[in-house]
Write a new protein. Sequence first.
Length: 524
Amino acid sequence: MQRRRLIALMLTFDVVVLLPVVLLLVFTPGRGDGRVSDPKADGPFPLPPGFELGTAIAAQQVEHQQPSDWTVFERDAAANNRAEHSPVPGVATPGHIAKITAWPEEVRLKKSNFDELYVEDLKLARQGGHTAFRFSVDWARLFPNPGMTEPDPAAVAFYTGVFDTLDELGMTASVTLFHFSTPAWLWEEKDGKRGFERDDAIAHWTTYVRAVIQHFGPRAKHWCTLNEPMVYLYNGYLEGIFPPLERRAGPPAVAPVAARLLEAHAVAYHLLHDDATSRDATVEVGFTQHTRAFEPWRGWFPLDRIGAPMVAEAFIWDMLDAVQTGTFALTGTDFSQDIPNLKGAQDYVGINYYGRYYVEISPSNIGAPIIHANDPGDPNELVNDLNWALYPRGLSDIVNEAWSRYNAPIYILENGVADAALDDTIRQYALVSHLRELSMLSSAGVDVRGYYHWSLVDNFEWAEGFEARFGLVQVDFADGFRRVPRESFAVYRQIAAEGGVSEALWAAEGRPPKRAPTVVVAPE
């Protein structure tokens, strides 16, 4: 996400139309008051029986480099010193990976070295009380070369080891199919098209999904087909900070890619269900959206108050709505396309939540909202190392909206903060405050079934490189990838042991800390 422009969510307002809409301001939300819901409530805040507590990772971020589009980008950025780091935390530079050249080649190659340390990592997770683990099965690892009809045996063996370890530890596997990276060969131009836009992309995707089902289908009951598709579209096709590093003119040029992703979701959804039915088994299949609490930059300004919910509509809800109707329509454009077999292809709603964004609409350029990651004028606002504003109450707002719209089970498949300190007080507060929100939602009747913290270990954080640290467990990249649990690891373990946030834990950790962000230094 970038603050400079949000072209993917352009609002095609007509000023003549907006004038009467101002009269409806009384019905538009302003800024939320308070950081958490019902701040006077002391607890305890129990989680429902059977609630899954886990962590999440992604292959490209923790595994050794595979022949993916992201690996091509990473190696090219390192070789050509495209390592610019914005002086503003959380703002990436198009075509660059922050400080990528500052890190040793071994770190760039091995990332978090999950390949060699996954048994240790998963044992740590189980010792921390985690009951579930979300990870991705990398398409590029299974099918590294074009024309393959069967997956690479070494890749199958690797993921078999991960599943075996989870089984031995009694942990539930939650599997993601697409988490931003794709095989590099998919980007070879064919008939003038690349990536998911190739005419044969869905056929290749189907081969990959069938292979995953053949080898691992019976080993997981929870599947996520797409991770944060709107982030992929925005960062990859409009901002140029993710592969394919494009900067297209606007939403109409990107909407067809979104439609193709939804087609891929529908294909995977039905293949997974067909397999489960053949085994007389059940599965839960859905996809997860990146969400923020989009609120007006200026609570008193009509355009900001109207713009914020429209940005949320386009960024969060359009793709989820498409599953309800079978038709993808992108807010702010005339784009509308029926997607084969999409209607009803959702067993749960996946939510990744990362705090609050502020929406500013300039009267001189209504079609280009400006997004602010925090409010420097708010002395009480808590931000993480990426300058993202924490706002636990916003999670309740998002979940309530999803529950109201879809009446489907809800999983929080990602929620976390960048906090590199070993005594990571920001992350400790984030854990107790967000799980407190989920407890209150459950008590109010919302069917929320699980929470996966991002992340188990520090990793490669996409365009931010290795600068942003999201792990409950620190990775010491200067000492053989040594694992060092942060203080938040113990807090999460206590939540798991007590089945929620106890009154004592809320009293100890429920006050927002006041400290400066942590600066990460690359090893010599």
